[in-house]
Design a protein around this ligand. Structure first.
Ligand code: HEC
Ligand code: HEC
Ligand code: HEC
Length: 436
């Protein structure tokens, strides 16, 4: 009898718990509206929205390779599966043409669709929650005045239980806070502007902050180095591995132009971010740079000293503890394939082919970025198409790339050689072949 009662009690508690969760998870549908008249939006608001959209990289995620702007369909690889960015053009059937401003604001700040279902945090609304209502209205005005494109994104590829959107409600309970940015009265106006952008719209932490097992950013390691699309996004805080200390001025030029002589280029997923920052108000990029400069740590003395020796070319600076049989081959490959463009004395040394001792790709805790650049090269920047870093996927075997990377690491950095660099090279070559 008591067993029966206990079981019933347990069942009751489970049901109450489930009902409470469903109630918490439930969001109402916001009714569809007639697509707004484009001419009704204030042109000044639309112009401001255009810049804010660049700061938010909405174009980067919501446009697939060779696809129409904002029409979605680009797949984001997450540890849980592939999530496709949606169509955010004003198409009434496949885009957000029937979304009211209120529905749009709720989606971007709370991660809830017009129909009430929860959105995956691959859409960085955990950052966008901090964006002011005024800024979001401008973005809405900009998007609603774009050309409507009819396009449905492919279905997400997520195994059960991650395919259940209700589960996102539990994630939000644990990791998500709704609430606008609050300026810190102790900081200057510029630093507050920088913090507002970095933490909010520009969502630098979405790539540069490490995530926990649930895919949520670890706040205690803010900007401590994360990952995105098979690349490592380096630390921008005290654990920076930059061989040269970043100054606000260098950060400004790097973010604005995708290149600064002391540090090199913005490659991989950082390139489109820098392209966007090249198109917004200079004062905003200055504010971002000032804020990041206040967080980022100095470079270590050892790194500076090694840098002093860089450019002297060659094998003599590989320290005994690092050396192994592979570095000899690596040195020969470097001398033949890389030195002509990367040594200041080389015949083809160009303004942008920086000495590799000052490249963060060589001092990085992860070998992936260097492997990407060696195998895939870097697409030449629009502004200077001659600055071409060629890819070596067809000329160097995996073993040669490993030897070269081991040589670069031991000669041009003060770091221990990477572990499992063979696996890294193999994986990067495979992902390049798959096309992302
Ligand atoms: C890092 C990539 C990324 C960025 C940057 C991004 N989005 Fe998205 N967005 C997504 C993904 C992925 C989804 C779909 C999530 C899902 O299916 O649950 C999405 C969904 C949305 C939705 C919901 C649309 C629908 O039909 O459900 C809106 C609205 C939206 N994004 C607007 C924006 C705006 C505005 C910006 C810029 C301020 C932006 N996004 C930036 C990845 C991104
Ligand atoms: C034809 C000249 C050329 C050759 C050969 C070349 N590079 Fe480059 N490399 C460049 C240029 C130019 C850039 C800057 C690209 C840009 O501005 O987008 C660059 C960028 C890089 C970067 C990024 C540096 C940073 O942090 O900014 C790395 C790493 C690199 N090259 C490594 C190599 C290695 C290793 C080799 C030999 C296998 C090599 N390069 C061969 C011209 C070259
Ligand atoms: C889509 C992901 C992504 C976003 C968003 C992003 N970054 Fe990056 N960032 C990267 C990756 C990947 C690299 C490494 C490639 C490289 O060095 O060019 C990088 C490199 C950098 C570097 C060079 C660090 C070093 O020590 O060499 C700086 C500085 C930087 N990012 C700043 C920012 C700032 C500031 C923001 C926000 C305005 C931002 N990033 C947003 C992915 C991202």
């Amino acid at each position: 009898m008591w067993l029966m009662r206990a079981l019933l009690g347990l069942l009751g508690a489970t049901l109450v718990g489930a009902a409470a969760f469903v109630a918490l998870a439930w969001r109402s549908e916001i009714p569809a509206v007639e697509p707004p008249n484009k001419a009704a939006f204030d042109p000044a608001l639309v112009t401001r929205g255009a810049e804010l959209t660049m700061l938010g990289n909405c174009n980067v995620c919501h446009t697939k390779a060779d696809g129409r702007a904002y029409a979605g369909g680009r797949g984001l690889q997450t540890p849980f599966g592939t999530i496709y960015a949606t169509n955010i053009t004003p198409d009434p059937d496949t885009g957000i043409g029937r979304w009211s401003e209120a529905a749009f604001l709720r989606a971007v700040r709370e991660g809830v669709r017009r129909d009430g279902s929860h959105l995956y945090p691959a859409f960085p609304y955990d950052h966008f929650a901090k964006v002011s209502e005024g800024d979001l209205r401008a973005i809405y005005a900009f998007l609603m005045t774009r050309e409507a494109v009819r396009a449905d994104p492919p279905a997400n590829v997520l195994p059960f239980p991650f395919s259940m959107r209700t589960l996102i409600a539990a994630w939000k309970l644990m990791f998500f806070k709704v609430g606008e940015f609050r300026p810190d009265p102790v900081l200057s106006t510029e630093l507050n502007r920088g913090a507002y952008l970095v933490e909010g719209l520009a969502h630098c932490g979405a790539c540069h902050t490490p995530r926990n097992g649930f895919g949520a950013e670890r706040n205690e390691a803010y900007l401590g180095g994360g990952e995105t699309e098979g690349w490592h996004a380096p630390a921008l805080n005290a654990s920076t591995t930059a061989p040269v200390a970043w100054t606000a001025d260098q950060l400004f030029h790097f973010l604005r132009n995708g290149y600064v002589p002391a540090h090199g280029v913005a490659a991989g997923p950082m390139r489109p971010v820098a392209n966007n920052l090249g198109a917004v108000a200079e004062a905003d990029v200055k504010a971002i740079a000032a804020y990041v400069a206040a967080i980022v740590g100095p470079s270590t003395a050892g790194r500076g000293e090694r840098l002093g020796r860089a450019g002297a070319s060659g094998d003599q600076h590989s320290s005994g503890s690092h050396a192994d049989g592979r570095t000899a081959d690596g040195a020969a490959i470097y001398a033949g394939a890389c030195a002509p463009c990367h040594e200041p004395t080389g015949q083809r040394f160009s303004a942008r082919g920086i000495p590799l001792a000052s490249s963060q790709l060589v001092t990085s805790p992860e070998a992936r970025n260097l492997a990407h650049v060696i195998l895939e090269g870097i697409a030449p920047p629009q502004a200077s198409p001659a600055a071409m870093m060629p890819g070596f996927a067809d000329t160097l075997s995996d073993a040669q790339v490993v030897a070269l990377m081991t040589y670069l690491r031991s000669s041009f950095s003060d770091r221990p050689i990477w572990k499992d660099v063979e696996d890294t090279v193999r994986q990067v070559r495979r992902s390049a072949a798959e096309g992302y």
